[in-house]
Design a protein around this ligand. Sequence first.
Ligand code: NDP
Ligand code: MG
Length: 383
Amino acid sequence: MPSRITLLGATGSIGKAACEFLQNYPDKFDVAAISGHRNVARLVEISDLLKPELVVISDENYFDALKQAVSSATHQPRLAAGKSGLQEAATIKADRVLAAIVGAAGLSPTLQAAKSGASIALANKECLVMAGKFLMQSAHEILPVDSEHNAIFQVLSDKPNEIKEIILTSSGGAFREFTRKQMQHITPEQAMHHPNWSMGAKISVDSATMMNKALELIEAKHLFSMPAEKLKVIIHPQQIIHSMVRYCDGTILAQMGVPNMYLPVAHTLSYPHRLPAPAHHQFDFTDTTKFDFSLPDKVKFPALNLAEQILNAGQASAIIFNAANEIAVEAFLQKRISYLAITDIITRGLDEYHADEPKNLDDVILIDNKARQIVEEIIKKID
Ligand code: NDP
Ligand code: MG
């Protein structure tokens, strides 16, 4: 079992599950470093709970506030800030690093952590979408935290020829039952309210547009080296089955549990062992009377069609796809664009910008930056 853990993005919703898990096992793990971006109060609270060696605030404008808050805290860790601070957190000696920063901002620290030799518990799916090949080559071990990929990881055999397909389950998002007409008026507040999960703002919107499932298809392609035609999505509103693998002999292996992120976070932080979970994280069969399944509606959720296009395209298209989504989601949260405009804008971004394949991380970042500028321009024109 790993004994020294670092939490990148400790102040977020995945970070919260990790804190709950680590607090349950104070004698089994030491925390090397934790990072947050702006949430100083929560960062200091976690520092007092988990007693890390290093605490990093990645937005350096908040460094003074962090120093002041820590001066009256119980635990007195070493402090750092900004890009260099985040690099220090990513590369400090640790057995396992939980990569739980949201979006493209997590790519460099995750790659740095992988190159420093730590095993990576990966929540930040955007990293794989942007730089799947580079990340898979740099890391000696990636343990998927995303609940679908964690499920697949747990039931996947090491004989790829025997795998018929990988089936990602999806709740269908908050607007599964909406017509396209009803979708015209969806607000950020509605999109933030997911039926089964409590998550950060960006992934809540991604779930509502099903961009989350689109990103997850690309994530699965890299994690499990699967061709596009073997990757399927099925709607399962109860979200008890977290994903499945269908084998050539007709067997389907599924992983089940309550729909929260404690389970996959606990699994990846304790892997290859398992530690007992508290009673409220145990699934009770008398709670759910039926399991429903249906096919996703790609007309209502065009993100899934875009995903098919990206799965068969190169890495550059995936970077543009991810960047366009991040910018469009931000604009939607700021009420600059409508819910339905999100996937339209991503489509326009992909039409307007074609880049050469990236040869290294610098190229990835260049394509990402340029895609963001182009998509901002598209949004300004419709503002
Ligand atoms: P949150 O928004 O709740 O948390 C994001 C974390 O990243 C916070 O610690 C935040 O710091 C930090 N952060 C934000 N911006 C930056 C930046 N520019 N530089 C460095 N750090 C930054 O997100 P979630 O925890 O929900 O999601 C984290 C990742 O995990 C995402 O990639 C998401 O797709 C993935 N994931 C999440 C799931 C979930 O159920 N939540 C499920 C599966 C995957 P601060 O709060 O201090 O600003
Ligand atoms: Mg998921």
